[in-house]
Design a protein around this ligand. Sequence first.
Ligand SMILES: NC(=O)c1ccc[n+]([C@@H]2O[C@H](COP(=O)([O-])OP(=O)(O)OC[C@H]3O[C@@H](n4cnc5c(N)ncnc54)[C@H](O)[C@@H]3O)[C@@H](O)[C@H]2O)c1
Length: 323
Amino acid sequence: MTDKTYIITGALGCIGAWSMHHLIKRGERVVSFDVGDSSHRLDLLLTPEEQKHIIFVKADLSDAAQVLAAFKKHRITHVLHLAALQVPFCRADPVRGAQVNVVGTVNIFEAARQSNIAHIAYASSIAVYGPPSDYPPGAIQHDALPAPRTIYGVYKQANEGTGRIYWQDHQISSTALRPHTVYGIGRDQGLTSDPTKAMLAAALGKPFQLNFNSPVQLQWASDVALQFIAAAEQPLAGAYAFNLGGQAYGAAQIIDMIRLIKPAAQLTFVERTLPFPESTADSALRQHFQTIYATPIEEGVAQTIQHFERFSHDERLQKVING
Ligand SMILES: NC(=O)c1ccc[n+]([C@@H]2O[C@H](COP(=O)([O-])OP(=O)(O)OC[C@H]3O[C@@H](n4cnc5c(N)ncnc54)[C@H](O)[C@@H]3O)[C@@H](O)[C@H]2O)c1
């Protein structure tokens, strides 16, 4: 019997569900902490039998008492803090966005401090950076100056500051990972969810238009979850924030990749640039972690489309495309 217990905030979200998938398959004790109660992503990744091993806590990250209670009750040892409101939701309600994304992250560090937990892994984002015009040509290095263009990015930058101060004042170490554009099963919301929605549409034989065409680094949700698990299990002495790597692809290339699997896919895109970098460098991550999870894009796309096809009867997937 393991003495480790993982808490995953935002566990019912895309990266959270994949993190539970990997940890439950490994036989770990896992606490899902999420304000939502829809299992629509998890149902694509774990059977009802496997889900019985998860301890579900329906609670609000922005409430410090609820966070601390979950840490204490379940004797948490490992933290993957993923819950957040994504770009469109922060833009629509910046106050709630700050409560969840900023105060919620302070609540996690506080709960860790009060539970004698020495290390946290949490999700930051490439949204801490500005667009390519802010930086020299090439991939943006992990220590390049933040220059967020969204309120969501401002909140992520604040969280990295919180991490630094908890190391300075309380010696709680933290590792933030900054994904770019996560794709795969469960990626159904957020500004950059369209590449996955295009894969889903192709699997279901439906037309779809991507809402941007600036290049994005596509990172498979399964890989990103494994990297978060490694970040939670391997404390580093300090407060670190790492970019994840990968090649950047524009909408036309993404469509070409999908058509390798589904030649008849009815996919188009609009000319629109995202307020984010196109490419970030993962050299610092590679210096600190032995294993970098980076499944080749062709394989990740193929697996995602095949996985969607297996669940094509699920009405909840139809709704993702129809909005
Ligand atoms: N998906 C990406 O491409 C991407 C890119 C960069 C950073 N990130 C970051 O990675 C993390 C996970 O992303 P995702 O794509 O899995 O997100 P998601 O939107 O799929 O899931 C977020 C989850 O957080 C939960 N949540 C929201 N408010 C909460 C609250 N008050 N209390 C508890 N739970 C709450 C939601 O119910 C949801 O299940 C986020 O912090 C996100 O900002 C994601």
